[in-house]
Design a protein around this ligand. Structure first.
Ligand SMILES: CC(C)(COP(=O)(O)OP(=O)(O)OC[C@H]1O[C@@H](n2cnc3c(N)ncnc32)[C@H](O)[C@@H]1OP(=O)(O)O)[C@@H](O)C(=O)NCCC(=O)NCCS
Length: 263
């Protein structure tokens, strides 16, 4: 097997009971309290020499894992939360606890990460270029064509690049630039296409809002392709208010300016 994707979730499944109505039951598969399994996208592997899951339990387990991977809400099925749940095997003989770990975290980046985050930005904005017909010829300054050198020129005091990472792999990006008087510009908000629609974009924005407050700021400004109605609505749903539009020489689209205020 040669895995080509960095997984963003992992699961720990532990046997916590094998009794029904207070009477101890013995699972045909031999599960005992404390047996623990871990997995990412694939099958759960035992961590303490225990056996495996029966196919009936696997059908339950995979259904739950698929809900997690689809960013669904386990609470709809009656579970109390989306990260630590308990469920029985279909025979009601064994009770499991499943802990769901999100391996993605947001971290400050440095110049040494620049080649990797530059690629994340270019690949992310390539879908915008495609959607709006932007090419090197009609819009050479579009973010999808940004060079490492241009990104390097932004690195100075008051510039804060952040990466959405699993381990050393960066798959999302956002930067804040201190514009003084408590105002921060948020730029290059990116999530690689294969990682979209899992809430990571919102996670990046929420992180930036908290970071701005932590840095003593109170306002975030952004500039977007104003014709991008989906993006505009998304920022509005995330608390950004549309302020104005401007046209710039060399940009074949209108730039819309939006703002979020902490107060
Ligand atoms: C905007 C972006 C960061 C959102 O990332 P994400 O991880 O998918 O964000 P979330 O999961 O929190 O939210 C998803 C929502 O974003 C909105 N959205 C905004 N731009 C989008 C785009 N280009 N493609 C798809 N959805 C987009 C949709 O409303 C989507 O809702 P849906 O999942 O119900 O379809 C990502 O689409 C991206 O990198 N786009 C290209 C670069 C860009 O336009 N950045 C913003 C520049 S100001």
């Amino acid at each position: 097997m040669k895995k080509f994707i960095t997984e963003n979730k992992s699961f720990t499944i532990t046997v916590i009971d094998h009794a029904k109505d207070g009477k101890p039951l013995h699972c045909r598969n031999g599960h005992e309290i404390g047996d623990t399994y871990t997995c990412e996208y694939g099958c759960p592997m035992p961590t303490n020499g225990c056996g495996g899951f029966c196919s009936k339990t696997m059908t339950n387990l995979y259904r739950l894992k698929e809900i997690v991977y689809a960013n669904g809400d386990l609470r709809i099925l009656g579970f109390p939360n989306n990260h630590d749940i308990e469920f029985f095997c279909p025979d009601g003989a064994v009770k499991f606890r499943m802990q769901i770990h999100d391996l993605a975290g947001i971290h400050p980046l440095t110049a040494e990460h620049l080649p990797q985050y530059a690629e994340v930005i270019r690949r992310s904005f390539a879908t915008v270029a495609k959607d709006f017909g932007l090419t090197r010829e009609n819009c050479p300054d579009h973010t999808s064509f940004v060079t490492d050198e241009r990104l390097a020129s932004k690195v100075k005091d008051g510039y804060f690049p952040f990466g959405l990472c699993v381990g050393e792999t960066i798959f999302g990006f956002a930067s804040l630039t201190d514009m003084s008087d408590g105002v921060f510009e948020m730029n290059d908000v990116s999530v690689l296409p294969e990682w979209r629609h899992y809430g990571y974009g919102k996670k990046m924005i929420d992180f930036c809002k908290e970071k701005v407050k932590e840095l003593g700021g109170s306002k975030i400004t952004i500039g977007i392709v104003d014709e991008n109605a989906v993006l505009k609505d998304w920022y509005a749903a995330n608390g950004f208010v549309h302020k104005e539009t401007k046209n710039f020489d060399g940009l074949p689209f209108t730039v819309g300016f939006m703002e979020w205020s902490a107060i």
